[in-house]
Design a protein around this ligand. Sequence first.
Ligand SMILES: Nc1ncnc2c1ncn2[C@@H]1O[C@H](COP(=O)(O)OP(=O)(O)OP(=O)(O)O)[C@@H](O)[C@H]1O
Ligand SMILES: [Mg+2]
Length: 498
Amino acid sequence: MNQVTHPALHLEGVHKRFGGTHAVRDVELSLRHGRIHALLGENGAGKSTLVNMMSGMIEPDEGTIMVDGRPARFRTPADAQREGIRTVHQELELAPTLTVAENVLMGQLPRRFGIVDSAKAMRQAGAVLSELGAGIDPEAIVGSLPLAEQQLVEIARGLAARPKVLFLDEPTAALTPPEADGLLERLRGLAAQGVAILYISHHLEEVLAVADDVTVLRDGAVVLATEVSDTDRPSIVRAMLGADPLGSQARPAPAAGKGTSVFEVQDLRSGRSLGGVSFRVAAGEIVGFFGLAGSGHETIADCLYGSEEHTAGHATFCGEPLPASPIEARQRGIGYVPADRKGAGLALGLSVRDNILLANWSRLARAGIRRQGMETERAARLASRHAVKAGSLEAQVSSLSGGNQQKVVLARQFSGGETPRALLLSEPTRGVDIGAKAEIHRLMGEYVDAGGTCLVTSSDAEEVAALCDRVYVLSRGRILTQLDSNALTASDLTAAAL
Ligand SMILES: Nc1ncnc2c1ncn2[C@@H]1O[C@H](COP(=O)(O)OP(=O)(O)OP(=O)(O)O)[C@@H](O)[C@H]1O
Ligand SMILES: [Mg+2]
């Protein structure tokens, strides 16, 4: 039988250039039925570009694509979909004003007498979501959900189509460990039914646990291709970086809460997501808020930034009431990195330079004229400090790889004349590779050691454990417990959240 002898999808001699960037160089890759294939590499290595070519988003400049041994040409995503290929993209491709069910079943809504059968749609979508272990209401409007739940909706859409070949580009970047485990289990089940799966992730432990085959890209070329059982973590990391990784050094934790109070919050409430939380964060601390999707931790930063309606028994920032709006928050020195970089963090049509300087044009302007030279110099310095890999400062942000876009959002927080008094970070290193992640953690450490204050909400337990001095664990809109640095491991956090 064809399916057994031929790979589900095979690439040979594939190249892709964007202007001066040779993003994919002479790549050969085979995805086999019933196997999970991990595709790894640093930010900008060419992973998403490869996936985009295999899913018909863009065409290769050179090379061949074979489906079950037959040459194929994908001019559009529809061509790839006709071959049973489905993609869960790195940047979410959801329709925010439609319901969860409409998004999950997009293009295949059940009909009766030509009319959408919405009761059946709700049932079908609900079934796919619950197979993923996600208790999301199929009638909810997608734009109103926290990022992690949106990510689960995107994954559910990929699964609902019963694909033969499935690409997942960083599907777990906003998921907590139990949610990610649920997904991985589901993927193993699909592979057992013969589906060929390509899996991209910066979480190496997860990859090693689930994948059968692994391909590592560096600067667009394949530098390692083997079965997972024939390699190990250090070899993979060395292949990714082309060198041994720098060890990230743990920062000595400050005495908890000894510094001046920056945020003091009592009985903070917001709609259905926060049911009264109280906490205190002092200068010099990195404090984490952790929980499973929908447990309310996602909302805390929005409330402190004045972008989400809330009430509080008593809440202050530097002794004054909390800011009433994001504009006021910025004026009072609060920086904010939202979880959804595409929706809220970046002006995709603008250059890297302008995105880094975005919040601060007014301050740099003198007599209404933007001082170009100074701005460019400042943007260049921040881009290199945050390890942003871009063709040039004038490149459009939309042309950067996902991880490099995230570094731009972080760099922007420091582009003002003054250092922010507090930084609110939501999923700060989502999609950032391991080397750049360690570097960003080091920068955050320097920032608080110089008197700054940092609040982190993240679903990445490893990250929270490595970065934070203390962590509040939330469930159903309330604080369950507080863990401090000497009891802070990823597994403690996950156990507490459950
Ligand atoms: N549309 C585009 N125009 C110009 N350059 C592009 C475009 N798309 C990708 N690139 C460039 O191609 C290279 C590979 O990008 P790609 O998005 O494939 O990286 P990646 O491996 O997915 O990284 P990440 O882990 O950050 O998601 C990068 O240098 C990127 O800037
Ligand atoms: Mg990518």
